[in-house]
Design a protein around this ligand. Structure first.
Ligand SMILES: C[S@@+](CC[C@H](N)C(=O)[O-])C[C@H]1O[C@@H](n2cnc3c(N)ncnc32)[C@H](O)[C@@H]1O
Length: 271
């Protein structure tokens, strides 16, 4: 199962050419997403909610290319400790590059199901757009609960792809794109709405639930982030929409003005 990811750019194109290209390098995709205005806003909000203090041990579970590690390190200061965990060696290599010189940051390669962190050792933890990918989110939340120190805070952010809207005169094809994304592309596509319940079921006390709505107004960036071209092509191959309609929809998006948005849910939970 894949995730929404970088695609081709809508625009004048050979009508016989495919809409999708190969998957660009994932850590670059993650960094570009984080740099988007909408990406920065929800990340700032999450860091604020986590109430990080000097001396804390902070865990970034599924840290990807290390986007948030410098900010975590700054907040826990010279007496704190930051642990980034990811299972992807290429992501960790990028994270290592980004945190070179930050001697209070440690990177560990591992799967969140067997989180390589001692029980009760973490004051603050965050996981950002990771649970939507894992086979058993409840098991990962249970591991995070075990890793958290009593009273520790965990911040979780996940999208709900059922809320994805893409503006087009062809509303049915936009809906087909969302339906395909939810059904075929993302493993736990609607986890955003279930996040608070899952956290409670894992033993946490949920303190805050809030939602943000990133708005993408740049067709190229949205294609890069949401996989508009590649996934509408796959949706057509799977019979969600005709090929001709998929092609018209995709090329029409470039004519703009462009709008796509979706809901990201943030949960702050205490052990
Ligand atoms: C969408 S990226 C988010 C990265 C980072 N949290 C951020 O906000 O930039 C998802 C990350 O989760 C990692 N991941 C997915 N499943 C995992 C698992 N079971 N164990 C460890 N890492 C996992 C991927 O390797 C990837 O780096």
């Amino acid at each position: 199962m894949t995730t929404p990811g970088p695609m081709t750019t809508p625009g004048p194109r050979d009508p016989t050419a495919g809409l999708g290209t190969g998957r660009p390098e994932q850590s670059a995709y993650m960094l570009r997403t984080a740099a988007m205005e909408a990406g920065r806003a929800y990340k700032e909000q999450l860091l604020g909610l986590l109430d990080l203090r000097p001396g804390h041990t902070a865990l970034d579970a599924g840290c990807g290319p290390g986007t948030d590690l410098p900010a975590l390190a700054e907040r826990v200061g010279g007496t704190g400790w930051v642990i980034g965990v990811d299972r992807d060696a290429a992501m960790l290599a990028e994270a290592r590059r980004r945190t070179a010189g930050l001697d209070r940051v440690e990177l560990r390669e591992g799967d969140l199901n067997a989180l390589p962190v001692a029980d009760g050792s973490v004051d603050r933890a965050k996981t950002d757009r990771v649970l939507m990918h894992v086979p058993d989110p409840a098991a990962v939340l249970a591991r995070l609960h075990a890793a958290a120190a009593p009273g520790g805070l965990v911040g979780l952010v996940e999208p709900d792809w059922d809320t994805l809207v893409v503006d087009s005169e062809d509303l049915d094809t936009s809906r087909a794109f969302t339906r395909y994304t939810v059904t075929e592309v993302v493993r736990n596509a609607t986890i955003g709405r279930s996040l608070a319940r899952l956290a409670e079921q894992a033993g946490f006390t949920v303190e805050t639930v809030c939602a943000t709505t990133p708005v993408l107004r740049d067709a190229e960036l949205a294609d890069y982030t949401l996989g508009l071209g590649r996934n509408i092509e796959r949706a057509a191959a799977a019979g969600y929409v005709t090929e001709a309609r998929a092609r018209r929809w995709f090329t029409g998006l470039a004519e703009g003005p462009f709008h796509a948005s979706f809901t990201l849910v943030t949960v702050l939970a205490r052990r």
